[in-house]
Design a protein around this ligand. Structure first.
Ligand SMILES: [Zn+2]
Ligand SMILES: [Zn+2]
Ligand SMILES: [Zn+2]
Length: 439
């Protein structure tokens, strides 16, 4: 059986049905196997598989919760007390039939006495998908440690939860990488920000106003109060560390962009929305993985090149909701580098903030190429020729869509930004460190 987080995982070779049978024999209940006190001795409908009419009576083929499919039985409609499952059955059936009509395929006539087996198969697949997505949703909400809820929705196809994705709340550093160092002190303010508050100590401005809104320009770092600071959890300089405050929904897009993320609540402009987390790996390792991902046509690599090029975040297998956020050429989220309990400039945390008011139900996106972040090198020509890039058609649908996106790592090329914005130096360097222009 699957272990708890942090424990060893040992794959179980027995089938679900075998274990369910063993449980019943031993009178044991197990929530994750679907065997509860309610159905240990009696029967509970899990979903409906098929429909027929015999001698004027309507019957449904029932899959019993916690019982194998071989135990499915026909039950007369009048004995069924599961209005929601009946509703699912009919809507899935009708959905399938209307899809056939749209595709101008042969319209399957529902027999009066029995359902076409193809339709019944589809209804069963939908029921299984619904259960799998529900379980995944519960798992995500069990694992997340922030306030906002995570919902899951697929009204588009039969795709279930991703098979090789593990939810994490914070960076998962590869062996040998320390994401918790460099900090020994915090600020002494009783009411931040006072003199010598954390951002000032680092040479920057406080990033937020009293309304928890970001007030600094893209490209500038955020220094939040940390665990050594005297201030409490209500300090206005503690935002990213508290996690996503909004309820978000991972949903299946209907135009071939796979999963996406939408907000279920209105988000005002310049608010913290979510952090980008994943495995922290060396750039050499990222190079190796990048070639693999390029072939799959996906990119989850985000270079931590705020100050150096040593590390990359890979959110392919380990990540949070941000793993599912799509690219857009006209995004509503903007990336910022954040330092909290780690002041190592090579290892900033990556936070996504809203660039405008986002309505409830709107999809969240960020620009994988970071255009509009005052990033002077996001021009495709500026990408180092030594790094392989794959051009792919962008489906973001924005008016200003660039048409093609290069599947390459996301990054915030701070070296170039800060030369313009902060450090008052008048040189812009390209990726190899050559001076490309004088301001
Ligand atoms: Zn302070
Ligand atoms: Zn502080
Ligand atoms: Zn503080």
């Amino acid at each position: 059986m699957a272990g708890r987080r942090g424990a060893w995982y040992v794959p179980c070779l027995a089938s679900l049905e075998t274990i369910q049978e063993l449980c019943r024999k031993e009178n044991l209940t197990c929530k994750s196997l679907g065997i509860t006190n309610r159905n240990l001795k009696s029967y509970e409908v899990e979903y409906l598989c098929d429909y027929k009419v015999e001698e004027g009576t309507e019957y449904f083929l029932v899959k019993w919760k916690g019982w194998p499919e071989s135990s499915n039985t026909w039950v007369a409609l009048k004995n069924l007390k599961c209005p929601l499952l009946l509703q699912y059955f009919h809507s899935d059936k009708n959905e399938y039939l209307s899809q056939l009509k749209r595709g101008k395929a042969v319209i399957l006539k529902n027999h009066i006495k029995a359902l076409n087996p193809v339709v019944a198969q589809y209804v069963v697949k939908k029921a299984k998908q619904r259960i799998a997505l529900q379980r995944w949703k519960e798992e995500l909400n069990r694992k997340k440690n922030h306030k906002g809820m995570i919902l899951v929705e697929n009204t588009v196809d039969l795709e279930g939860p991703p098979l090789d994705f593990y939810y994490i709340n914070e960076y998962k550093p590869a062996p040998g990488i320390n994401v918790m160092n460099g900090i020994t002190t915090g600020c002494e303010c009783s009411d931040c920000p006072a003199e010598k508050c954390c951002p000032e100590e680092a040479g920057f401005f406080l990033a937020y106003n009293k309304q928890k809104q970001l007030k600094i320009q893209p490209g500038l770092p955020i220094y939040e109060c940390n665990s050594y600071c005297r201030c409490g959890p209500e300090c206005p300089n503690r935002i990213v560390q508290k996690g996503t405050p909004y309820s978000l929904c991972i949903f299946r897009t209907n135009n071939g962009r796979g999963w996406g993320v939408k907000t279920l609540q209105k988000i005002k402009t310049k608010r913290f929305v979510m952090e980008y987390v994943g495995e922290v790996i060396t750039s050499e390792e990222a190079e190796r993985r990048g070639q693999l991902y390029d072939n799959q046509g996906n990119t989850y690599l985000f270079d931590l090149d705020y100050d150096s090029d040593e590390y990359t975040v890979d959110a392919a297998r380990y990540g949070n909701v941000s793993h599912f956020v799509n690219h857009s050429c006209d995004p509503n989220l903007q990336v910022f580098n954040v330092f909290i309990d780690n002041l190592d400039l090579r290892l900033p945390r990556i936070a996504l903030f809203s660039t405008r008011t986002i309505k409830a139900g709107e999809e969240l996106t960020f620009d994988y190429q970071m255009k509009g972040s005052l990033d002077v090198t996001s021009d495709s020509d500026a990408v180092s020729p030594t790094r392989k890039r794959i051009r792919t058609v962008c489906k973001c649908g924005a008016m200003c869509c660039r048409g093609n996106i290069f599947l390459f790592r996301s990054s915030l090329r701070r070296k170039n930004l800060l030369h313009i914005l902060v450090s008052l130096q008048s040189v812009v360097r390209d990726f190899q460190g050559n001076v490309v222009s004088l301001l």
